[in-house]
Design a protein around this ligand. Structure first.
Ligand SMILES: Cc1cc2nc3c(=O)[nH]c(=O)nc-3n(C[C@H](O)[C@H](O)[C@H](O)COP(=O)(O)O)c2cc1C
Length: 347
């Protein structure tokens, strides 16, 4: 595939994603916190710092992987990097394959480090990338961590997508051995099962981003790019973010579980943390904000989002993210059924 075609594909992904609507019913609504009338803490007591195994996040919210690899998406990356710098959020770039193949594309990613020299930045590659390229991807951005995306449904619906996956697990095992920063294995909106998380844990992966169904939908995006748009029936494939977090419960002691996929409100984000996530990523909301409303509005949106998380934590008497894990929740019959049928040990 030519570099021009790759550039065009990235722009198409961004365009189609921006036009996408969220599902009207969200699995986050299937979780309710129990309200207690008299909090024992003040909003100022809430500390949102998230301590991960290898680094600390000032905010438990991060900008998840999206862009780079074209002129347009270089500009988006620059704007997102300003938001990350000003708010102290970590930020992931989109897949760096374009830069690894053609150094002329590098600046559409390195603009993120140039804009935010002291920030926490995650680089991003696919699970089929050769180990030396994974190392190069980290160096390109002087990244604190490497996201490796696993996106089989997307590839299979993508007309020009990958059709071979049997080498992924071995390749991931090599990458985690050789890359000298934490490796985050990341879905792209289809969620994870406890079996996937277990297998990743066994090869030495300590971080997963479950990125579940409910927000940006790459089956629908790739289906839009198909001549006959004939794979729309797969639109509901995968686990939601809530189901994925429930699936991850047994591994939350040993691993850092990151949550993304359809997180749209501060309440969704706090629910992810209460379900055991160490941090929460959003993609499309930040993309739409910077492209439609500009940097000042997006900064305001982000600051309000974080402030609202603190208010919700105050109502829950949770000073820290650790406290949130003790919060009482009531789950819908649908989620309860998932837990029972999947034999998940949830306390
Ligand atoms: C325009 C766009 C491009 C994306 N590109 C990547 C990518 O290159 N690598 C990756 O790991 N995920 C990519 N994603 C997936 C997101 O990181 C995230 O997993 C997914 O969008 C779900 O989050 P959301 O519902 O908040 O958008 C992309 C998402 C969007 C919207």
């Amino acid at each position: 595939m030519s570099d021009n075609k790759r550039e065009q594909r990235k722009n198409e992904h961004v365009e189609i994603a921006m036009a996408q609507q969220d599902a009207t019913v969200s699995d986050f609504d299937g979780i309710r916190f129990v309200h207690h009338s008299i909090p024992n803490i003040d909003v100022d007591d809430v500390d949102l710092t998230s301590h991960l195994k290898d680094f600390t996040l000032n905010q438990p919210l991060y900008i998840n992987a999206m862009t780079g690899g074209s002129e347009w998406t270089k500009q988006i990356n620059e704007k997102l990097a300003v938001i990350a710098r000003e708010t102290g959020m970590a930020m992931a770039v989109g897949s760096t394959h374009a830069a690894l193949r053609n150094s002329k594309m590098a600046s559409s990613f390195t603009v993120v480090r140039d804009t935010n020299p002291n920030g926490i930045i995650f680089s991003n590659v696919g699970a089929d990338v050769p180990v030396d390229k994974a190392i190069e991807s980290v160096r390109l951005l002087d990244a604190q961590a490497l996201q490796v995306h696993v996106n089989a449904p997307q590839e299979l619906v993508m007309p020009e997508g990958n059709r071979t996956f049997s080498t992924w697990m071995d390749n991931l095992a090599q990458i985690v051995k050789r890359v000298d920063v934490p490796v985050i294995v990341k879905e792209v909106g289809f969620g994870m099962s406890k079996e996937t998380i277990k297998n990743l844990n066994e090869i030495g992966i300590s971080y997963v981003d479950v990125s579940g169904r409910g927000g940006t939908n790459f089956v629908d995006i790739e289906n839009e790019r198909r001549t006959y748009k004939d794979m729309d029936y797969l639109g509901q494939w995968g686990q939601t973010t809530v189901e994925s977090l429930l699936e991850s419960t047994a591994y939350q002691q040993d691993m850092n579980i990151l949550a993304s996929g359809g997180v749209r409100t501060p309440l969704d984000a706090v629910k992810c943390l209460a379900l055991g996530a160490s941090a929460v990523g959003m993609s499309r909301p930040f993309l739409n904000q910077v492209e439609h409303n500009g940097i000042t509005e997006t900064l305001n949106y982000t600051e309000q989002f974080i402030e609202h998380m603190k208010k919700i934590m105050t109502m829950l008497d949770a000073r820290t993210i650790k406290d949130l894990k003790q919060t009482q929740m009531v789950l819908s019959p649908k989620l309860q059924s998932w837990i029972e049928q999947r034999n998940l040990d949830i306390h």
